[in-house]
Design a protein around this ligand. Structure first.
Ligand code: ZN
Length: 114
């Protein structure tokens, strides 16, 4: 059984959580301007990296709050968790520096942080 560190409750068993997909996928700024191909990419296509990956998680059997986590897709290790807004980590509020390889939005290839 793996423990997942909820930012508000602390480490809890993984059965208390639900996976919410890739983090930092922004809703299109101008939805009316998107082509069918752009919509398909927004709705269906997500990154699938080997290594650190920013994900959304919900502590559904606990505080019921959503948060983001960086999880290594090879080792399943949770490297950090942070609130969905403000990029705050779980150890005191200092801004969290994401690994260089974590990227968001295939469309924009925007770096979360370097
Ligand atoms: Zn919680």
């Amino acid at each position: 059984m793996q423990l997942i560190p909820c930012p508000w409750c602390g480490p809890r068993e993984e059965t208390e959580f639900h996976y919410g997909g890739q983090a930092h996928v922004a809703y299109p700024a101008d939805p009316a301007a998107l082509s069918d191909e752009d919509w398909a990419e927004f709705v269906f296509y997500r990154d699938n990296p080997v290594g650190p990956f920013a994900e959304r998680w919900a502590h559904t059997a606990g505080c019921r709050r959503w948060f983001n986590a960086v999880r290594d897709t090879v080792t399943y290790e949770f490297r950090s968790v942070y609130e969905m807004e403000g990029m705050v980590n779980d150890t005191g509020g200092a801004p969290f520096a994401m690994p260089d390889r974590v990227r968001v939005s295939r469309k924009t290839q925007r770096e979360v942080a370097s």
